[in-house]
Design a protein around this ligand. Structure first.
Ligand code: HEM
Ligand SMILES: CC(C)=CCC/C(C)=C/CC/C(C)=C/COP(=O)(O)OP(=O)(O)O
Length: 316
């Protein structure tokens, strides 16, 4: 056993890993939305950066995000091996050796932070370093296996990227960048717990104390609704700041009405009714959560474009 609790005898000798295995080590699908929120944070900031600086910064943020994913996969290989959804990942399936995942994760993390400091500024780089540390150490190594509040607190890691993007452009923090952080922070519990409702047995088998496992489905349904109410207020409020505008406000009103409706329907169900329709409502809500976040950030870009064209002058 390693200090991660990973029984390496259960993992086959790493066969020749292909390029695709290394790509999967970096959790590209999840990280694509993370990187998009960082890009929006950078583009909606009141200071314009040179396109080359912007491009390089996003590349280094993407590398940092991917590297933190590799560190997560290295540490979690023992539980990923148990869960059906994750068993075929490169480390638990034996395609990439644990030491290689760790080495790549550390090397690329350090490289991404140094390169962001050189391309943009020290503050943005420090924030990226903190985000990587938060996801790989605070969430993955500490909270995930110790508390059902794991994803509430740990979710902060996924919320930092737009602040990093904003910091690339401005070198600092603002009310707007904190509100973008809060949007993702409050979105993470409904996003994840909806999935946990239809994946409970996986986490229980792996001994991960997700809320569904420790407090049951009914409590999780109530929590999803509670977070969605607070999220909706904040999401609409963001529309009245300097980065909001008509595009965002219309999108936020529609998306939050749909999200609230979905959360309300989830709250009104019990395990029996959910099992009867194969968790259709929860699965739909999870898919909607991805569209929800993508469109909120996309709409912020829409208003930034209107401002750039002189078609929208702000609320004041
Ligand atoms: C602690 C916080 C979070 C947890 C525990 C979590 C968990 C998950 C899980 C278990 C999946 C299932 C599919 C998979 O394994 O790829 C998933 C999917 C996804 N998550 Fe999250 N998530 C979190 C935060 C975020 C954040 C902050 C973002 C982006 C801003 C995000 C974006 C996505 C996307 C895009 C997918 C779909 C991936 C696909 O199509 O395969 N998640 N999430
Ligand atoms: C810039 C930067 C460093 C960004 C990091 C962004 C970040 C923390 C994203 C978190 C999203 C994510 C994959 C959560 C999965 O939780 P999990 O790892 O418990 O899920 P799993 O069960 O699928 O492994």
């Amino acid at each position: 056993m390693s200090d991660t609790g990973l029984d390496h005898t259960m993992i086959q000798d790493p066969a020749e890993p292909g390029f695709g295995d290394y790509v999967r080590l970096f959790k590209p699908r999840v990280m694509s939305l993370v990187v998009f929120t960082a890009l929006v944070g950078l583009l909606v900031a009141p200071v314009q950066v040179h396109p080359m600086v912007g491009f390089a910064s996003i590349l280094f943020i993407a590398l940092g995000a991917g590297a933190s994913g590799a560190l997560n996969m290295w540490w979690d290989a023992d539980i990923d091996q148990i869960m059906r959804r994750t068993a075929s990942r490169p480390v638990p399936s034996g395609k990439v050796a644990p030491g290689e995942a760790l080495g790549l994760g550390i090397a690329i993390s350090v490289l991404s932070v140094i390169m962001l400091a050189l391309a943009a500024n020290l503050f943005a780089a420090a924030l990226l370093a903190f985000t990587i540390f938060f996801y790989a150490v605070i969430y993955t190594m500490w909270l995930k296996r110790s508390t059902p509040q794991n994803i509430v607190i740990g979710g902060a890691a996924g919320a930092f990227p737009p602040m990093v993007g904003w910091a690339v452009a401005t070198g600092g923090v603002s009310v707007e960048s904190v509100l973008m952080f809060a949007l993702i922070f409050l979105w993470t519990p409904p996003h994840f717990w909806a999935l946990a409702l239809f994946m409970k047995s996986d986490y229980a088998d792996a001994g991960v104390p997700m809320l569904t496992v420790t407090h049951g489905h009914d409590a999780t349904r109530r929590q999803i609704f509670g977070y969605t109410v607070i999220l909706s207020v904040l999401a609409v409020g963001l529309g009245f700041t300097s980065i909001g505008g008509p595009v965002y406000l219309i999108a936020a009103l529609v998306l939050n009405a749909l999200f609230l409706l979905g959360a309300w329907r989830i709250r009104g169900r019990d395990t029996g009714s959910a099992e009867a329709d194969g968790y259709a409502v929860e699965k739909k809500f999870f898919r909607l959560s991805l569209i929800y976040l993508f469109l909120h950030f996309g709409a912020l870009l829409g208003d930034a474009t209107l401002r750039g064209l002189g078609l929208w002058g702000g609320w004041a």
